[in-house]
Design a protein. Sequence first.
Length: 66
Amino acid sequence: MVNFRNLKRIGDKAKEQVDKRGGTDSLLEDADELKGIAKGEGSLKDKAKAAGKAIKEPGAGEKQPE
């Protein structure tokens, strides 16, 4: 049986985190930035460092070329 109170609480926490990072637009910008990093050139180590740096700051920072 599904406990809907727990489900609502999880949803509320997720919404709180999205709002904390700047809302859905910022979340989409973050996803696009990570996509650019993943498709970009460089070693896996370099990509991991760039992705870690990008995640620390909400919203799109420096755009990565695709």
